[in-house]
Design a protein around this ligand. Structure first.
Ligand code: TYD
Length: 206
């Protein structure tokens, strides 16, 4: 069965390493699965990503930022996600609407409901069948990562900003727990991967 699965968590939580392992696993067990990421994932969306993350764009308003993420999402959905789902493939996407709800809605303070409406327009209501949330508070993430990447406008948003994002995720999950698989991301790469794998199997994704 084709599925749309997204992955969420704070910066530095280790999502990239987990998705890399999942990709290797799928080479053997699910070779037609599509791996993609946001913001970006297709050529126009990658250009928008460059504008959003550029640390030189420090005058960007929060509203502009939310619209740019939504614009990149609309393009990426059209170019990559929807065609793959229509072709019967499973799509694994690193970040999606829940990132905007947590980062722009809770973190920037635009409000989860407002950002939700914007994204409803951008996506036409296309939502994932299941979302894996890698659960680790932001101070632990940055500790593990060795600090924020100074060239990234979002990562350098500060401690308070990242704490609001984490709390925002937790509230969003509490609001629709059936959608989420919450994976404890404090263990080793192998432990986290095994937990994620068994959850995806239970959901019928793998
Ligand atoms: P990236 O380097 O891809 O980070 P990560 O590997 O942690 O996913 O940068 C994406 C950044 O954009 C990340 O800090 C999260 C942020 N973001 C939002 O603020 N809103 C969004 O809607 C999305 C998709 C990402």
């Amino acid at each position: 069965m084709n599925k749309f699965v997204t992955f969420e968590g704070c910066d530095g939580v280790g999502k990239t390493a987990q998705l890399e392992k999942l990709k290797q696993y799928c080479r053997q067990f699910k070779p037609d699965a599509v791996f993609t990421r946001e913001p970006g994932g297709s050529s126009i969306a990658e250009k928008i990503r460059g504008v959003i993350l550029d640390a030189g764009n420090d005058g960007m308003t929060d509203v502009c930022e939310a619209f740019l993420y939504a614009a990149a999402r609309a393009q990426h959905l059209n170019d990559i996600v929807v065609p793959a789902l229509k072709a019967g493939k499973t799509v694994f996407c690193d970040r999606y609407v829940h990132s905007s709800l947590a980062y722009q809605g809770a973190g920037r303070g635009l409000g989860v409901a407002w950002v939700g409406r914007l994204n409803e327009l951008a996506t036409g209501g296309v939502m994932p069948d299941c979302t894996v949330f890698f659960d680790l508070p932001p101070d632990k993430c940055f500790e593990r990562k060795g600090g924020a990447d100074c060239s990234d406008r979002i990562e350098t948003g500060g401690r308070e900003f990242h704490r609001k994002i984490y709390d925002g995720y937790k509230e969003i999950i509490a609001g629709s727990p059936e959608r989420f698989e919450v994976v404890d991301a404090s263990g080793t790469i192998e432990e986290i991967f095994e937990d994620m794998l068994s959850r995806l199997k239970k959901r019928g994704v793998l």
